[in-house]
Ligand binder design. Structure first.
Ligand SMILES: [Zn+2]
Length: 378
């Protein structure tokens, strides 16, 4: 009986990459009306679609040059007097109606214009995915904008997004991760106080032995990923947690597997945790001890076989986030037809290598400039 069931499942649960390529292509062009509230964070949807296509080796289906220009047009640039430096970064869409400007030149001041940490993170990732060299990114301005968001307790606050929230806005581990990715990609950690961020991550360790969104909060698969991946990007994981502590985190994470993974005890399994928890277990070097077939079957049970994409649960509507993380979850298990995902930076390993080459060329250039400075030729 069990064998029969497995066979049936095996027959139904085929991975359909072509459907997903078309799903991501469509997500870049038009979205259903129900998604209109996502307009101010359109860049994040573009990131899911672009990184999804990258994972499926199908970026040839998009006009890369055109999308690169669009992303640069969302950069919040310093004005001539640099009075808005602390608001720089990337905005999520063109909804403010500012003139299209993909250059690195002076920006135009608008009282509600400011970058958003998640948009800066996804803008930089998307540019790298598209093969851009980040030469038009105003790095100093991005880093200044980032520094302005760090709170005294080490967490990152995103203030002043398009719709300013006068009573303050959320601040938690997700933004610590966005900030770590931004610093890592720009190869410059002056965008944050690393010691304070590390302290914030440490204090988020809950009594359950995994990380919450902040101190005293319930451990969660998403925040555990954000904290552990941030420490990996900083190169500090082993300095911050002892082997004993890491083993406790490993135990909590591995217990999150049911068939797929859930984010907290007694919660239903959800496709995206196959990445959040799966990537954390990969970073902690014990993903190999999980049950791949059960995980794969759950992820594929949420695949939309008609329109493509993945949903969080079986028989639900697919969305760009779960479509992307479903594919990343399968990538961690080496599914054929999917590129390898970099578990800490959340891009394909191909894109990660492109970034490494960029960093090498920046270092070489810096070296040249500093030796020219020491030995002027004129
Ligand atoms: Zn989810």
């Amino acid at each position: 009986m069990a064998e029969e069931e497995d066979e049936l499942l095996g027959e139904r649960l085929l991975f359909l990459p072509d459907r997903h390529v078309r799903y991501f292509q469509r997500s870049l062009q038009a979205l259903p009306e129900q998604c209109s509230s996502l307009e101010t964070s359109r860049l994040t949807i573009a990131f899911f679609a672009l990184s999804g296509l990258d994972m499926l080796d199908s970026l040839h289906v998009v006009n890369k040059a055109e999308i690169i220009e669009w992303i640069y047009s969302l950069q919040v640039l310093p004005t001539e007097d640099k009075s808005n430096l602390d608001r720089c970064g990337f905005r999520g869409s063109s909804c403010l109606g500012l003139p299209f400007n993909p250059s690195k030149g002076h920006g135009i001041y608008h009282p509600y214009d400011s970058g958003h940490i998640a948009m800066t993170y996804t803008a930089l990732s998307s540019l790298l995915i598209l093969g851009d060299d980040l030469s038009r990114v105003n790095k100093e301005a991005c880093l200044a904008g980032l520094r302005a968001l760090q709170l005294p307790d080490g967490s990152l606050l995103y203030l002043r997004s398009f719709c300013a929230v006068p009573e303050g806005s959320e601040n938690d581990m997700r933004f610590v991760y966005c900030a770590s990715c931004i610093c890592y990609m720009l190869n410059d950690w002056s965008g944050m106080d690393m010691e304070k961020s590390i302290e914030y991550i440490r204090r988020s360790m809950s009594y359950e032995n995994a990380l919450g969104q902040g101190a005293g909060l319930e451990a969660h698969g998403g925040s555990t990923f954000c904290g552990i991946a941030s420490l990996c990007l900083m190169g500090k994981l082993e300095d911050v947690f002892s082997e004993k502590e890491l083993n406790r985190i490993r135990r909590w994470c591995i217990m999150r597997q049911q068939n797929g993974f859930h984010g907290r005890p007694n919660k239903p399994v959800d496709t995206c945790y196959s990445f959040w928890v799966g990537a954390t277990l990969t970073l902690l070097d014990i993903f190999k001890y999980t049950h791949f077939e059960k995980n794969r079957n759950f992820i594929l049970s949420t695949q939309d076989r008609l329109v493509g994409g993945f949903a969080k649960w079986p028989d639900s509507h697919p969305d760009a986030l779960h479509a992307y993380f479903g594919i990343c979850g399968l990538s961690l298990m080496g599914e054929s037809g999917i590129n390898e995902v970099h578990p800490a930076l959340n891009v394909s390993v191909t894109t990660y290598k492109h970034l490494q080459r960029l960093h090498d060329s920046w270092k070489a250039k810096n070296h040249e400039t500093s030796s020219n400075h020491l030995h002027p030729t004129t």
